[in-house]
Design a protein around this ligand. Structure first.
Ligand code: ATP
Ligand code: MG
Length: 468
């Protein structure tokens, strides 16, 4: 085995690497080499640079150390008698999967080094090696090890949270929303879920149904905005044969299907005034009639309504019945926007990373600090749905181990940022300036209009009116 003239094993040129930003604190490195001189020189270099270093004279000894204690990085010679570097790497992947590997190779063994990389080594250093290169590779390998470990911790925390329910979120507004949802789940009270598009209204509706004692029955969902009036009524209440052209057989409606279970009236703001009247009657009497039928059918259904429209404003404008609004709004659960709970961005993006890793048979380990920063700063107007789509896209496009900025959508990298200040250029109309301030204040209060109104020194009614 040849020792490089630069790296002569006597430590004459061994010194601190000036380009280094300093080692990972408390990083432990294991040097495995059958040549004591080289091993000694390497460990001297590394300890002088602040790393904690252990040495092993062969593969078996290295493995024993890996079994015994936590090692962040192994620098292993490739060719050693009995257990070679590649075998050690394979064994280490089983007993110490959190440890990074860098292979040391002699001249002419590049092919085997490539094999090692394919097996999962982070990099290789070719002998004779330079101090700068060695320290650079070590630093980078440790950085990766650190990031992956951090991501693994996050995922673990995520699984702990997930174990409790399927709703991901650990921010204060989210915890409050989950608490309330759990509390009200047990009763049969009608719940109105409000919040911007993509905040998880359907997710909450599903969870509430799951926590309720109706969970053994089905939850039926109907989107009230997707269908024209007569079709929606046919969907909701069902019809008798011959009720209208095309009604060739009797059909049960969603209310009947949801009997003893839960009915999610999604996008309830999209319902016509006529259907609203009929719905109100059903809610008051717990009785439906199929279209074209005359037999009253008793139903026992728990109603969850969801909307991203501003129902109070719609009421004041005569587009939504006030009596129906009060009937639905027995318990209101307002879901916070994603930008008002920035800390959940990391949690959710890791959750979706796992989801789409599995779906696409990929093994992305996490996000680069750059990508995390971009995602944390973005305002996410499409909330969790937009984040989920962005992560799915990134997983599909990513070729590295970590998701980087280049695979994030342009809209996220350059889009509207969340902020605590409003930047209003000269030339803005007073009206627009006012809107921007109201919007930013609402963002900072997680959409709580009362608090926002207090901060702005106006009545909450005024906020509703101005947001029109
Ligand atoms: N807290 C959460 N944890 C995990 N996934 C979530 C969460 N919130 C939302 N999602 C996911 O984001 C997407 C959008 O959620 P959902 O459909 O519930 O939003 P919504 O509020 O009903 O939106 P819209 O008003 O547009 O119908 C779904 O794919 C959902 O699984
Ligand atoms: Mg929805």
């Amino acid at each position: 085995m040849n020792t490089s003239p630069e790296f002569n094993g006597k430590g004459s040129r061994v010194g601190a690497d000036s380009s280094s930003a300093g080692p990972e604190p408390e990083a432990t490195i294991l040097v495995v080499d059958d040549e004591p001189e080289l091993s000694r020189a390497l460990s001297k270099l590394l300890s002088r640079n602040g790393y904690h270093v252990l040495t092993a004279g062969n593969g078996e000894e290295g493995l024993a150390i890996l079994r015994r204690q936590e090692i962040h990085l192994v620098l292993s010679d490739l060719q050693m008698p009995k257990m070679g570097g590649l075998d050690l790497l394979k064994a280490a992947q089983v007993i110490a999967p959190n440890t990074e590997f860098v292979i040391i190779t002699g001249h002419g063994t590049i092919e085997t080094a490539v094999d090692a990389m394919r097996t999962g080594a982070y990099d290789f250093i070719e002998k004779p090696f330079s101090i700068t290169t060695t320290l650079k590779v070590v630093r980078k390998a440790l950085e990766k090890q650190h990031l992956i470990a951090e991501n693994r911790d996050l995922r673990k925390r995520l699984e702990e949270i997930q174990g409790v329910n399927e709703i991901i979120g650990n921010s204060e507004p989210m915890r409050q929303a989950i608490d309330t949802a759990r509390q009200v789940a047990a009763s049969s009270a009608t719940i109105l879920l409000t919040g911007e598009s993509g905040t998880g209204k359907e997710v909450f509706a599903t969870a509430i149904h799951g926590w309720s004692d109706r969970s053994k029955q089905t939850m039926v969902r109907v989107s009230c905005a997707a269908l024209p009036e007569n079709l929606l009524e046919a969907e909701l209440f069902g019809y008798e044969k011959g009720a209208f052209t095309g009604a060739v057989a009797r059909r049960r409606g969603r209310f009947e299907m949801a009997n003893r279970g839960t009915l999610l009236l999604d996008e309830v703001g999209g319902m016509s005034m006529t259907t609203q009247v009929k719905l109100l009657r059903v809610l008051q009497e717990n009785v439906i009639e199929r279209l074209g039928g005359s037999e009253p059918i008793h139903v026992d259904v728990r109603i969850i309504a969801a909307t991203n429209s501003d129902l109070p404003t719609m009421v004041s404008e005569g587009r939504f019945r006030e009596d129906l609004f009060y009937r639905l709004n027995v318990i209101n659960l307002e879901l916070p926007s994603l930008r008002s709970r920035g800390e959940d961005v990391v949690l959710l993006s890791n959750f979706f990373l796992q989801k789409y890793n599995e779906k696409n048979s990929k093994q992305l380990a996490g996000f680069t600090p750059g990508a995390v920063e971009v995602m944390a700063k973005y305002a996410w107007p499409g909330n969790v749905r937009e984040l989920e789509n962005a992560v799915e896209r990134a997983v599909v496009l990513s070729k590295d181990t970590l998701v980087d900025v280049d695979v994030l959508p342009n809209s996220v990298v350059r889009g509207r940022q969340r902020s605590d200040t409003v930047n209003i250029p000269v030339g803005t109309t007073l009206r627009d300036a006012e809107m921007q301030l109201i919007q930013a204040t609402l963002d900072s209060t997680a959409g709580d209009k009362e608090t926002a109104a207090n901060i702005l020194g106006i009545a909450s009614r005024t906020i509703y009116r101005k947001m029109q």
